[in-house]
Design a protein around this ligand. Structure first.
Ligand code: GTP
Ligand code: MG
Length: 277
């Protein structure tokens, strides 16, 4: 299998719809999901480039969205609903194995972000805490991403908001599963406004010590989506793919990363005198 040319990682609190967004885009459907365990990725060919898109698990934070009982039960049973496109990432280091579940997630989260060209920070527009968690718990995980990593802030589940867009046939409807069951969920007063996402984007630029004029404008990088209806899902992923291509080209121009690939590392042969050959 060809090595991916670039990596995009989805991060965000439990239940915000990371898996559903990815499934909507890659499989063109919305079905019931169970909470992700570990992580898995899809490979997307975009023009002549292979882009891996990583779905990650979020351990429940102090203010995490309440999980429906069924999802919690499945989580305890340790099932993962996303079939990994390729084997899962390397196991955590022994140090991480000894860590608590939450610490382990943080280790894994930053491992998934290593070398990422873009990170999709996902929240639920009907749940303020999920936006706050992005800054408090998830932003730090992106320290291992590329220095020129792009950030998209994505407010999902707009179909549940009172002021959200309606379902349109053009966007694919719900397909099989809960969205196609015909009974619309009651609409909720939205808790997060688009300006809140823009404010977070600006904070991220500061946190990364970047200059606003060197990065895409907030309005370009903040999206409101519905994995259920498909609203803005293609726009989100395809805008990012187009933006990631120049990052891939820059990466190629810089040459291979200056890190040791432990799997293929061979110690240098020694001469009789004990010096390296
Ligand atoms: N109405 C509505 N429900 C959604 C949407 N996206 C996801 N859901 C539902 O929200 C729940 C959580 O979705 P997931 O995609 O599993 O969320 P996740 O962020 O991957 O959750 P974890 O894997 O636990 O971190 C599921 O019941 C989905 O059917 C959406 O856009 N609209
Ligand atoms: Mg998931």
């Amino acid at each position: 299998m060809r090595k991916p040319d670039g990596k995009i990682v989805l991060l965000g609190d439990m239940n915000v719809g990371k898996t559903s967004l990815l499934q909507r885009y890659m499989e063109r459907r919305f079905t019931d999901t169970v909470s992700t365990v570990g992580g898995a990725f899809y490979l997307k060919q975009w023009r002549s480039y292979n882009i891996s898109i990583w779905d990650t698990a979020a351990s429940p934070g102090p203010g995490s969205a309440q999980l429906p009982t069924g999802r919690r039960r499945l989580l305890r049973a340790g099932r993962s609903h996303v079939r990994p496109a390729v084997p899962p990432p390397p196991p955590p280091t022994p140090g991480l194995q000894a860590a608590t579940g939450r610490e382990q997630f943080h280790g894994l989260g930053s491992m998934y972000c290593r070398g990422a060209a873009a990170v999709i920070l996902t929240y639920d527009v009907n749940h303020t805490q999920s936006l706050l968690e992005l800054e408090d718990r998830f932003l730090g995980l992106t320290d291992t991403a590329r220095a020129d990593c792009l950030f998209a802030i994505v407010g999902n589940k707009v179909d549940l908001s009172e002021d959200g867009p309606g379902e349109s046939r053009q966007e694919g409807g719900g397909g099989p599963g809960p969205a196609g069951s015909g009974c619309a969920a009651p609409r909720l007063p939205r808790q997060v406004q688009p300006e809140d996402a823009v404010a977070l984007y600006k904070k991220i630029i500061k946190y990364k010590m970047l200059d606003e004029k060197d990065v895409p404008a907030a309005e370009q990088m903040c999206f409101e989506t519905s994995a259920k209806t498909g609203h803005n899902v293609d726009l989100l992923f395809e805008t990012l793919f187009d933006m990631v291509v120049p990052v891939i080209l820059r990466q190629r121009a810089q040459g291979p990363p200056q890190t040791v690939d432990i799997a293929s590392y061979r110690p240098p042969a020694r001469t009789k005198s004990g010096c390296c050959a």
